[in-house]
Design a protein around this ligand. Structure first.
Ligand code: PLP
Length: 425
């Protein structure tokens, strides 16, 4: 088995029993499956390769999970990376992802970050504004180099996803709108220090109906054709990320990868001479990880039952931030008929520290009972914080029968040590 599932009533990560990990390393703890990461990457690569003549470079969006070990697995598969900061660039280079497969997105990049990108000759910087284009030109000229740039197009498309992760509408802060992009592109063609590569778009995240991509890719293809007909250079079309996953079992739909590949092939695939890039994050990492937690106790109050866990919103922020759903499973499989409704909450001093409201779960009967919060491999550890002076949970990687700690639990001493008291206090 690759990834997470029950075998003889015990929830496993590959061939390792999760309760064994919980006992050995304590909770809360993140556990990832390396074999699942590989199989997800392969599934995507294979579907694209079957249908698209020149299949896209898969630039893994490392903000979803940027642990060095995860990046190393991605590098070993031949993945590139989509980064959104200089820090992520250094992480990816260090993990062995080649610079010519790194694309740099993000609404604002500092001079130092641009300098780092230019010095490392990364594949492309995705330009977000006229201001940024000039800044890149200045930095590259000063270094006596050329920066590879693609222009992030805002296609003005509303994807059917959560408000906070929709990025492709004209009212969103991302990209350059149709009225401005052609003029900027032309202008860039004669700017110092700029090597134009093409266009980029990313309309949002957790998109499970792949048809949502079609309109955006078509607009991208139309714009590309228009630029090419004006004899402007274009060798890259970067389609962004956003392919979703099943968070809610039996309700959410698995995106149809073949259909996704067909949509690419029928739209941007028709633009001659353009290398394609995609930037999936969540699709690869989300189901490759779980967050293990222990039940502290069940508190009954005002007719509700609160299942209080030792994991909190500082460990996994998504439910508090987006109201998102994560399945919660017992590590030892239980009677599915004997259920009870719980508000599953963490220990943090915020009402928002709630993983699930009024959730029907197999009856929780013992304090210390072990649970797994599923689909937590993406935007889990990466978004975690030290709020309430809670140290970062450890991250553990499993690969078949092998187990390794890939980030150790942060101790309170580690955490306090980075504070400094001024000598005048
Ligand atoms: C966040 C982001 C991604 C990855 O999104 P997923 O939904 O995790 O696939 C890709 N590209 C850009 C520009 C992003 O900001």
């Amino acid at each position: 088995m690759e990834g997470f599932g029950y075998i003889s009533g015990r929830l496993m990560a590959d061939k390792v029993c999760l309760s064994r990990i919980a006992e050995e390393y304590g909770t809360p703890a993140y556990v990832y499956s390396a074999s699942y990461l590989r199989s997800r990457y392969k599934a995507l690569e294979n579907s694209l390769g079957e249908i698209i003549k020149c299949p896209p470079l898969i630039a893994y969006a490392c903000k979803s999970n940027s642990n060095q070990a995860v990046l190393k697995v991605m590098a070993s598969m031949g993945a590139g990376a989509d980064i959104v900061s200089g820090g992520e660039m250094i992480r990816c280079l260090k993990a062995g992802i080649p610079a010519d497969k790194i694309v740099f997105s993000g609404v604002s990049k500092s001079e130092q970050e641009i300098e780092l990108a230019v010095k490392n000759s990364i594949r492309q910087i995705n330009v977000e504004s006229e201001f940024e284009l000039h800044r890149i030109s200045e930095v590259a000229s000063r270094l006596g180099k050329e920066a590879n740039v693609t222009f992030r197009f805002n296609p003005d498309i509303a994807a059917s996803t959560h408000e906070k992760i929709s990025t492709g509408r004209a009212k969103d802060k991302f990209g350059i709108i149709r009225e401005d992009i052609e003029r900027l592109y032309e202008q860039a063609a004669s700017m110092d220090g700029i090597n134009i590569r093409g266009l980029h778009a990313h309309i949002g995240s957790q998109i499970t109906d792949v048809e949502d991509f079609r309109a955006s890719y078509q607009r991208l293809a139309d714009l590309a054709s228009c630029l090419v007909s004006k004899k402007l250079p274009l060798d890259t079309l970067d389609l962004g990320g956003g392919i979703g996953i099943i968070y809610k079992y039996g309700v959410d739909k698995e995106p149809d990868l073949k259909e996704y590949a067909r949509i690419i092939s029928e739209t941007v695939g028709k633009v001659p001479g353009a290398e394609l890039v995609i930037e999936p994050g969540r699709f690869i990492t989300a189901d490759a990880g779980v967050l293990l937690a222990s039940l502290m106790y069940v508190k009954e109050s005002a007719g509700r039952k609160f299942a209080v866990l030792d994991a909190g919103m500082n460990d996994l922020m998504r439910p508090a931030l987006y109201g998102s759903w994560h399945e919660i499973l017992p590590l030892n499989e239980k009677d599915k008929e004997d259920t009870e409704k719980y508000d599953v909450v963490g220990p943090v001093c915020e009402t928002g520290d709630t993983f699930a409201k009024h959730r029907e779960l197999s009856r929780l009967d013992a304090n210390g009972e072990l649970l797994a919060i599923m689909s937590a491999g993406a935007y889990g550890a990466a978004m975690s914080s030290n709020y309430n002076t809670r140290g970062f949970a450890p991250e553990i990687m499993v690969d078949g029968e092998k187990i390794a700690v890939i980030r150790k639990r942060q101790t309170i001493e580690d955490l306090i040590e980075s504070d400094e008291i001024p000598p005048w206090l």
